[in-house]
Each structure stands twice: as structure tokens, then as C-alpha cells.
Ligand binder design. Structure first.
Ligand code: GLN
Length: 466
């Protein structure tokens, strides 16, 4: 008789999805799922002679990562009903390891947002407090993990979209080094920043997920040819002699006092584990938001030109039946307001006469931001520790001014601009809401980041969630 490990796990995931996701008060974290299809895959995993390291583990995948069978819409009307003819490498690798995709998760449209309020399918509620946002843009993935539908989910990061919702929902979120993980099958937003990341309930789950998806992919020329260590082996590693940098710019006087207190408590705990904490400075931090919001929209305006009504998804013809009207009608009805704002902004900063003043300048400042990190790491600091975001999850509609929303990314966009890896882990609660702390390391030192994250998780114990 074949075992039913995978079938049981997938059945339980769908039961949980039924309980928490759907309905008027549900989390709204899932966009697409197919129970029969998932159960069929689970049966196939159970029948394998070797079910793989995930052995039927249900996983959720952000809706901007291509899957066969289930739609890939980027939570946008313009890709309504679109089903990819190929599968993302990260999804293929998880499935080869025995995972079963049970859900495509809700997100901000084309991953543009910090709260998941910019989805064409409505916002995701925070499982800890449904009056609050889940964070974005990978809010559905974070909520699915936090609510116990899955233990592991894929998200994407351009400027914090895995770490921010992970922090808001009280789960672990990883943004790998630029070039560490294949982007084959990830719908492009800003190509010099985009990376696929993982979310897990624990550091161990996130480490396992990273181990499986990381590494060179012949289908993505931007992936590095480098060995991938067994990140799970970092569990239990000592912090003796580890030098942790505390960048002053991430602890401004205006920081939410509870967030500051919890971050300080985490640093004390790390010190008690044998680490040395050093005050450092990353002086260009306050330029990260303006720089990010020039570079990301510029690249987005170019990448999103492909959604023209001819090649993918939605097609809305104009009255005269002409090509120009086809573009205009498709794009103006297909894209939501935030995506439209980014395309306009990006087109503007790339236009003749403004390119040097905005885009080129932003690239120069970006290099300074990256230099800040290089300098600190070259001085002997092994890992930086900061709050993941300035506040816990906010209420729906609280940041209707786009600039207020953008400012939320101040502690996360830096790592994307510099290309370095970072992980957000739960460090406690403020007013009942989860707060995340973030470790940042050198390029390709995900192992060092996991060492610190495992130690903090272990030392905080239950305090990480209260
Ligand atoms: N909040 C940022 C933005 O809106 C980051 C998004 C992301 O990382 N995908 O662009």
C-alpha cells in the first residue's frame, strides 16, 4: 500500500484554506487553487520510490511566478486568465523535491506595493489582526504561511516584498543575494533588483526552501555559478566571535518606540549568545527610497511594455479597430492606478532631457548605497542587524498617499539596491502585532545570515511571538 503522507498534507492544507481564506471575512490570500489537481500531484509524490526532501509538503507560490496549470496573473486584470506555457525554475525545483503547489497567492499588482492593497482582487487581511494589512507585495504568501495553510511559500523581492510582509505577519522571510536564485519564470518588474525569495514559519523551513531553489540555472544568465551550502546545517552554530553591526541610520529618533525596544532586546540576546555588537554607519540610507522609486519605475516602464494586448492576456480593441487604440484600451483598462503611476513615472525619468538628471543620478547614488555596505563589511563586521520596518502592520487605507506608502520601504530597499542578502525574523509583538528584525550580510553569505537567524530564533524562543 502506498503511504498517504503527501495526500494527507495537501488535504489538511485545503481544509485550512477553506477555514481561513475564503468568505467575506476571510484572509483573501489565495487567488488560484485546484484541489483535484493538487491531490493528483500528491498521489504521484506518494507513489515515488523517493518522495524527496519535501515529501509532499504543500507550498504556496506568489502569482507573479509561472506555474503550469494554475494561472499566473500578477494580481492584474491585464493578465486575467493567463496560464503560462512553462514553469519557473524555482517551482520546478520545489516540485522535484516533492513539494505540491496548493495555491497561487494574492499580491500587489505586478508586485508594486508594500501593503497588498494594490491587488486587482482586493487586499489580503493580516492573520494576526484582520483590520490590518498583511504587508506587500507578497502579502498572500506571508498570510498563507502565518495562517498555517502552508509551511513554505515563494515570494519575490524588488524592494522588500518578502521581508516586509513576513515581518507584518510574524513569519520568516528571505531575500537572497542578487544572482543567487533563478528568475526564469518570474514576471519581470525591475530587472536590476528582482529576486525570488522564500517565506517559512521557522528559520529551518526558510533555510530548506533556499537550499532547494538557490544555485545556477542555465536558463537565467544572471544566476551565479557558485556552490550552495546546506543552510540547515547552520542551526545550532555558535555566535562566538561574530561581529554584528548596528547601523545608526536604522534607529532614528522617530522610530516606533516599541520597535526600537524589541530590536534592542534582540541585540542583547545576540550579545548573550557570544556576538559582539558594534555601532556602525550607512550614511546614504535616507537616499534609498528616492533612488529606489526612480530606478524601479524606470525599469518597470520598460518591462511592462510587453503587456500590449497582442502578446499576453487581456485584449481590448478600440472603436476604430486600430493598433494604437488596441494598446491604449488594453493598457488603460488592464492596469490599476499604482502600476499606471509607475509606468508614467518611469517613462518620464527615462525620457530625453530627464535621463541624466534622474535615472543616471539615481544610479550614481545607488553605487554610494552599495559602497556603504562594502565599507562596513570590509571593516570586519560580519552581519548587520536592523528593524525590518519602522512600524508594525498598519490599518487599511492608512497610507493612501503614495509617498507615505513608499517611505515604508526605507529599511528594506537598501539591501535590494546593494544586491546583498537579508532575512527578516520575528522578534516580538507591539500592541499584539508582529515585529520583524533583519540580518543583512555580504554578497553570497546567506550562510552567515542563517547562522545569526537560527541563533536569535533559538534564544528568543516563545518571546519572538509575544
Ligand atoms: N514596496 C516596493 C514597491 O512597491 C517593493 C516591491 C517589491 O519588492 N516587489 O516597489
Amino acid at each position: 500500500m502506498t503511504p498517504s503522507v503527501a495526500v494527507d498534507a495537501v488535504t489538511a492544507a485545503f481544509r485550512r484554506m477553506d477555514d481561513v481564506h475564503a468568505g467575506a471575512d476571510g484572509l483573501n490570500c489565495v487567488l488560484w487553487s485546484d484541489r483535484d489537481l493538487a491531490l493528483g500531484e500528491a498521489r504521484a509524490v506518494d507513489a515515488r520510490p523517493d518522495p524527496g526532501p519535501l515529501a509532499g509538503m504543500p507550498v504556496a507560490v506568489k502569482d507573479n511566478i509561472a506555474t503550469l496549470d494554475l494561472p499566473t496573473t500578477c494580481a492584474s486584470r491585464i493578465l486575467e486568465g493567463y496560464v503560462s506555457p512553462y514553469e519557473a525554475t524555482v517551482v520546478a525545483r520545489l516540485r522535484a523535491a516533492g513539494a505540491v503547489v496548493v495555491a497561487k497567492t494574492n499580491c500587489d499588482e505586478f508586485a508594486m506595493g508594500s501593503s497588498n492593497e494594490h491587488s486587482a482582487y482586493g487586499p489580503v487581511r493580516n492573520p494576526v489582526d484582520p483590520t490590518r494589512v498583511s504587508g506587500g507585495s507578497s502579502g498572500g504568501s506571508a498570510a498563507a504561511v502565518a495562517a498555517g495553510i502552508v509551511r513554505l511559500a515563494l515570494g519575490s523581492e524588488t524592494g522588500g516584498s518578502v521581508r516586509l510582509p513576513a515581518a507584518y505577519c510574524g513569519v520568516v522571510g528571505v531575500k537572497p543575494t542578487y544572482g543567487r536564485v533563478s528568475r526564469y519564470g518570474l514576471v519581470a518588474f525591475a530587472s536590476s533588483l528582482d529576486q525570488v525569495g522564500v517565506m517559512g514559519r521557522t528559520v529551518a523551513d526558510a533555510a530548506l526552501g533556499m537550499e532547494l531553489i538557490a544555485g545556477h540555472d542555465p536558463r537565467d544568465a544572471t544566476t551565479a555559478v557558485r556552490d550552495v551550502p546546506r543552510y540547515r546545517d547552520r542551526a545550532g552554530a555558535s555566535l562566538d566571535g561574530l561581529i554584528i553591526g548596528r547601523p545608526a541610520e536604522y534607529f532614528p529618533a522617530s522610530l516606533d518606540p516599541q520597535v526600537a525596544a524589541l530590536t534592542t532586546r534582540a541585540l542583547d540576546v545576540l550579545r548573550a549568545q557570544g556576538a559582539e555588537v558594534r555601532d556602525v554607519s550607512l550614511p546614504h540610507t535616507d537616499l534609498a527610497v528616492p533612488v529606489y522609486y526612480i530606478i524601479a519605475p524606470a525599469e518597470a516602464s520598460s518591462n511592462l511594455a510587453r503587456f500590449d494586448g497582442v502578446r499576453y492576456g487581456r485584449r481590448v480593441t478600440g472603436r476604430d479597430g486600430g493598433l494604437r487604440a488596441l494598446y491604449e484600451c488594453t493598457r488603460s483598462t488592464g492596469f490599476g492606478p499604482e502600476v499606471t503611476r509607475r509606468i508614467l513615472l518611469g517613462t518620464y525619468v527615462l525620457s530625453a532631457g530627464y535621463y541624466d538628471a534622474y535615472y543616471k543620478k539615481a544610479q550614481e547614488v545607488r553605487a554610494r548605497i552599495a559602497d556603504d555596505f562594502h565599507r562596513v563589511f570590509a571593516s570586519g563586521v560580519d552581519v548587520l542587524f536592523t528593524p525590518t520596518s519602522p512600524t508594525p502592520a498598519f490599518e487599511f487605507g492608512a497610507k493612501s498617499d503614495p509617498y507615505a506608502m513608499y517611505l515604508n520601504d526605507i529599511f528594506t530597499a537598501t539591501a535590494n539596491l546593494a544586491g546583498v542578502p537579508a532575512i527578516s525574523v520575528p522578534i516580538g509583538r507591539s500592541g499584539g502585532l508582529p515585529v520583524g528584525g533583519q540580518f543583512i550580510t555580504r554578497h553570497f553569505d546567506e550562510a552567515g545570515m542563517f547562522t545569526a537567524a537560527f541563533a536569535l530564533e533559538r534564544a528568543l524562543g516563545e518571546d519572538a511571538h509575544r
